[in-house]
Design a protein. Structure first.
Lengths: 115, 156
């Protein structure tokens, strides 16, 4: 009886630990999984840091628009990364680390301004 | 003795020529060590940094754009120092890049041996972004000419 209770408790705890794993994945891992979908690999921490730096540059005005941001990203992803992968990386970086910068991306996607 | 050897040399011009070639070889071996490029020109300061015409700010701007993680680490490290030490690092960098290549080479010799240098003592990695990594130095010197020479914001 007592053993039964214990084993039930143990299995609940095992389930809790097993199920918890995906829910507690950190943001950098989520980001890595996202860019893997686009075929962008390389060191996880490097990619995460590059994405965070990309956000910081948009925030402090080093990159004043998404094109400049994409140029920066393309210089620092592995050689052979395509233009579309570069933009996918940029979009994922903004979504993950600085969603407040999404208007910067929208400005590129929208109709060209006449200035 | 001397005269005899001279006379012998006159007798055998080939010997004289041989001595001349030998002297030339000795000179060739001795001279490059001090005068021109060899492998050791990269240590402790990379050759490209010694000969670059860029300012510290131009090199930092290139590092910011082409080796961003290395740059970010350096800037974080810098911000962890006291304001006085940070300013001293900037001043030291300005001083170094105001020197001629020959003087920078001399500075590098001195830097490698003078561990009592107060700048090095207070922040051993103060010039890491310029001196420590040949790959970073290559990217900096390849791209630095495209940046403004006096943009102090690259230090922040």
């Amino acid at each position: 009886m007592r053993f039964g209770k214990l084993s039930a408790l143990a299995s609940v705890m095992t389930a809790a630990v097993t199920l918890a794993a995906p829910a507690h994945a950190d943001v950098d891992t989520d980001f890595a999984n996202q860019v893997h979908v686009y075929g962008i690999y390389g060191p996880r921490d490097y990619n995460a840091w590059l994405a965070k730096i990309t956000c910081e540059r948009l925030g402090n005005g080093v990159d004043t628009n998404a094109e400049k941001s994409a140029v920066f990203v393309s210089h620092n992803l592995q050689q052979g990364t395509s233009t579309s992968q570069t933009w996918q990386f940029l979009a994922a970086a903004i979504d993950t680390y600085c969603p407040e910068q999404q208007p910067v991306l929208a400005a590129v996607a929208g109709p060209k301004r006449s200035d | 003795m001397h005269r005899r050897r001279a006379r012998q040399a006159r007798k055998w011009p080939a010997l004289r020529a041989g001595v001349a070639v030998l002297t030339g070889t000795v000179a060739a071996v001795v001279v490059p060590a001090t005068a021109s490029a060899d492998a050791t020109d990269d240590y402790p300061i990379p050759h490209r940094v010694i000969v670059t015409a860029c300012t510290a700010e131009q090199l930092l701007a290139a590092a910011r754009d082409f080796t961003p993680v290395y740059y970010q680490r350096y800037i974080i490290d810098k911000h962890n120092k006291s304001p006085g030490v940070q300013q001293a690092a900037i001043d030291n960098a300005h001083y170094f890049f105001s020197l001629s290549p020959a003087d920078r080479r001399a500075y590098s010799e001195q830097m490698a041996t003078n561990f009592a240098d107060p700048m090095t003592a207070s922040w051993p990695n103060w010039a890491k972004i310029f001196f420590n990594n040949k790959g970073v130095a290559a990217k900096e010197t390849d791209n630095c000419a495209n940046y403004p020479p006096n943009d102090a914001s690259v230090w922040d």
